[in-house]
Design a protein around this ligand. Structure first.
Ligand SMILES: [Zn+2]
Length: 387
């Protein structure tokens, strides 16, 4: 993949934070690395004699983040939190907030503790398509080990404190100089360095390795065809969507024309946080009546909710998008932007699913892990605060 670093542009960025803003924006410019608020970055610095982690604020987008989008949190507090056996979400949020040296800054990313644990000045985290495509397949762990022999590979666990705690345990006594980065199975990748450019370069180089592996082992093959007729107004009305995005690209048509469509397109999200935008499953329409299909979608959703919920309140049971046999993909939104964002996420998912099927079959996180992510209050809070 293309390295977007420019010495000419970089000249304008001098301080730790300014350079951090620059390489965060560079990561954000590549939608094959992060999409719509995905990923997070940080830089460690010293302010008034205290070591501080400047970490992406929740709700900010790497593409457009500015200096004020980074939350300044005391490193000493974050490192103490990593040692705790248990920490509730609300205690993590309030503990991090109390450790912020500027209370007007945004809430730190849910991965702030993990960023603090990585003993390098600059830390980059993305959900690179190529990495999660390889990871989200039946042969995922084996292939990831092949592509990344010198990375720490972490089996899937819930993001946030549990992930930070897992990495704390896994890296006790580790000589960090012996690893080139971290792969989070079914989730994404971390690179780090004491220099902003080198950390960015490492991300681009690592993701390029995954892209080359896919080019060799799982080439994307698309078909070109004319879409079938479909009553889209009726679908929009039944779902109660105010806005829709209709995708009939070769990719969407290839995806929506697969045999055994329902089982192929209901295997979960590309990276966990996508679930808050797309839900785990789309509405699938093969030949069914729209109203009947929608009723059964909602009752399935209700069953899934009842199976895993403790005291949560059920979200809207309507689908976020539909896969319509031979027609394409339709995404739904309360605004056009919402429908377009869902379409962007699905574009990346479709490519990954088609390619991972050539690596033994696409396989994402479990239903239970999906539920925990979908109903994680810290993820839902991101939607409310999106800037
Ligand atoms: Zn992530």
């Amino acid at each position: 993949m293309k390295n977007l670093w420019s010495d000419e542009e970089a000249k304008n960025y001098k301080t730790d934070l300014e350079l951090r803003v620059y390489t965060s924006n560079l990561l954000g410019r590549s939608d094959e690395l992060v999409l719509h608020g995905g990923g997070n970055t940080s830089v460690k610095t010293v302010l008034d004699g205290e070591e501080i982690l400047l970490v992406k604020g929740s709700g900010w987008d790497l593409l457009s983040i500015k200096a004020e989008g980074f939350a300044p949190v005391k490193m000493s507090t974050l490192l103490e939190m990593a040692k705790l056996e248990k920490l509730s979400d609300s205690d993590m949020v309030s503990g991090q907030k109390a450790a912020m040296i500027d209370k007007t800054a945004p809430n730190p990313s849910v991965e702030a503790i993990l960023h603090a644990l990585i003993p390098y000045k600059v830390v980059d985290h993305t959900h690179a398509d190529a990495v999660v495509t390889i990871s989200n397949s039946k042969t995922g762990l084996d292939n990831i080990k092949k592509v990344y022999p010198n990375f720490l590979i972490v089996p899937y666990v819930m993001p946030g404190f549990i992930l930070a705690r897992t990495i704390y345990e896994m890296t006790k006594g580790l000589d960090w100089d012996t690893i080139e980065g971290i792969i989070l199975h079914n989730h994404g990748i971390f690179t780090f360095d004491d220099d902003a450019k080198r950390s960015y370069d490492k991300m681009i180089d690592a993701v390029t390795c995954a892209e080359e592996f896919l080019e060799e082992n799982a080439k994307l093959e698309l078909i070109s065809k004319t879409p079938v007729e479909f009553n889209i107004d009726q679908l929009k009305e039944k779902v109660g969507a105010e806005f829709i995005n209709v995708n009939q690209s070769d990719l969407a048509l290839t995806y929506a024309s697969q045999d055994d469509l329902r089982s192929k397109v209901t295997r979960g999200v590309l990276t966990p946080e996508h679930i808050i935008r797309t839900k785990r499953h789309p509405l699938v329409l093969e030949d069914e009546n729209i109203a009947t299909a929608l009723d059964s979608y909602k009752s399935e959703y209700k069953k899934y909710f009842e199976k895993f919920s403790k005291d949560e309140i059920m979200l809207d049971a309507n689908p976020k998008y539909a896969v319509i046999k031979g027609f394409g993909i339709v995404s739904f939104g309360k605004t056009q932007k919402e429908a377009d964002v869902i379409n962007d996420v699905i574009e990346h998912t479709m490519t990954a699913v088609l390619r991972a099927d050539k690596l033994g079959g696409y396989e994402s996180i479990s239903l239970k892990d999906s539920f925990e992510m979908e109903y994680w209050e810290l993820e839902q809070a991101k939607l409310a605060k999106a800037v």
